[in-house]
Design a protein around this ligand. Structure first.
Ligand code: SF4
Length: 422
């Protein structure tokens, strides 16, 4: 039965480019989950050429994390490629048996399908380089449209959100997310300052949710819409002091924490080398913070700021896509201010990558920006245990306050924004 879907317009152009892809998702070294139904289909398959190969390529998950959706996985070969990828980098299951024989994870990727009540949302994770190009490289920003939709039975639904329960704030989910995205797409401020504005709004929203005064949410949005149009209020955000040394030290610490567990993306490891070289870090266990900060500010002024003057929309599109696909802020589970801290911390780390890597290449091209972002999403966003660990680290260090998050985000004012734009 046809439903309604809300989708970013870039999804109209997305098709997997398969063998043309520079970093095929089937050779990304991830564990590719198979659900119970597909596993049983594979175990009973009678295909003359592929039957044995498929049976030999799947393995049951037998530890405590097994579930119907994560019942088995594909074995990787010695190069960390899915063993069912053929010599032309095409999936032999899809090619020979059709899409219906794929597991939901394989059929859905890189699409993210969410459901709100009876409506669907369809976007893409930017860990796919082709989806990243389409979503990121649009100077006009991400636009959305509603259209009729026939849900694909083989696609998995990531988040299923209900907005009817009056005992949480999600009755206001649509208006809150719409306004949060409006803030990020409001180009009167630099992107970092827009995220600080978003933090001020989210902080107040959290207070309302803590009091369960959900009826105040509309008034809060109105108050912040007025602030978003107030030159005086926007100026006050621009005048906030930066704390670059805290920003650099904290974000490097968060990147180092990720290195403690396995990183499977070879292309991300290239970015990581470029980041360290670009910041002149030779031994990450003995970092001279003052020297690194000096290099950071040099890169920032000479390479990152000129790039941002022309291409800040790339990072804006990253943030907007993240908010849309993660249904930010979900007010029924967890606390939305925590979701904001996660978003702001990921953005601060991504900015560190851009500034550092810009030093290695004396600038950033659009291709390089796409590579940094899709490998960053693969390495940081797709690792749930890291994201949870990151939040624990932030909380343990007392960085989970608005003041600290502002320090992570606030840029050094090198030129007036209008001067950069000229
Ligand atoms: S990463 Fe994207 S474009 Fe590349 S093979 Fe996977 S789905 Fe296709």
């Amino acid at each position: 039965m046809e439903k309604i879907v809300l989708t970013p317009k870039y999804m109209n152009s997305f098709v997997c480019i398969g063998s043309e892809c520079e970093d095929n998702c089937c050779s990304a070294g991830w564990q590719i989950s198979i659900d119970k139904k597909t596993y049983q289909k594979y175990k009973n398959i009678k295909h003359p050429e592929l039957g044995k190969e498929i049976k030999d390529s799947v393995k049951r998950i037998k530890n405590g994390v097994t579930s119907d959706s994560k019942y088995a996985y594909f074995k990787m070969n010695e190069y960390k490629h899915c063993s069912l990828l053929n010599e032309n980098k095409m999936c032999s299951v899809h090619l020979n048996l059709g899409e219906d024989m794929l597991s939901p994870v394989c059929a859905t990727f890189p699409r993210i399908q969410n459901q709100i009540d009876n409506e669907f949302e369809l976007s893409a994770t930017l860990s796919c380089p082709e989806a990243a190009r389409l979503a990121l490289l649009n100077p006009g920003g991400i636009d959305f449209e509603k259209k009729d939709y026939e849900p694909n039975k083989n696609w998995s639904t990531k988040i299923n959100l209900k907005t009817q329960n009056i005992d949480n704030g999600n009755t206001k989910f649509h208006v809150v997310r719409e306004f949060a995205i409006d803030i990020v797409q409001s180009r009167l401020l630099s992107l970092s300052d827009r995220l600080i504005f978003l933090g001020l709004f989210m902080n107040k929203l959290q207070e309302i949710l803590d009091r369960k005064s959900y009826h105040e949410i509309n008034d809060l949005i109105q108050e912040y819409q007025i602030k978003l149009a107030s030159e005086q209020y926007l100026n006050s955000i621009q005048l906030i002091h930066d704390n670059i040394s805290l920003q650099v030290e904290t974000t490097i610490g968060l990147v180092k924490a990720r290195k403690k567990s396995d990183i499977s993306s070879v292309k991300y490891l290239e970015c990581l080398d470029d980041l360290m070289n670009g910041l002149n870090i030779r031994d990450e266990n003995h970092i001279d913070n003052q020297k690194v900060m000096d290099v950071y500010l040099f890169n920032y002024k000479n390479y990152y700021a000129p790039f941002i003057a022309g291409y800040e929309y790339i990072l804006e599109n990253y943030v907007v896509n993240y908010m849309f696909e993660s249904m930010f802020p979900n007010m029924a589970v967890g606390d939305p201010f925590k979701d904001y801290i996660k978003l702001a911390s990921l953005f601060a780390m991504l900015k560190l990558h851009f500034v550092g890597i810009s030093g290695e290449y004396k600038g950033i091209s659009q291709n390089l920006a796409v590579k940094i972002i899709y490998t960053f999403v693969r390495t940081f966003e797709h690792n749930l245990s890291y994201k949870n660990g990151m939040m624990e680290l932030i909380e343990e260090n007392g960085f989970n306050t608005l003041a600290h998050i502002v320090s992570l985000l606030k840029d050094r004012k090198i030129l007036k924004r209008t001067e950069i734009l000229l």
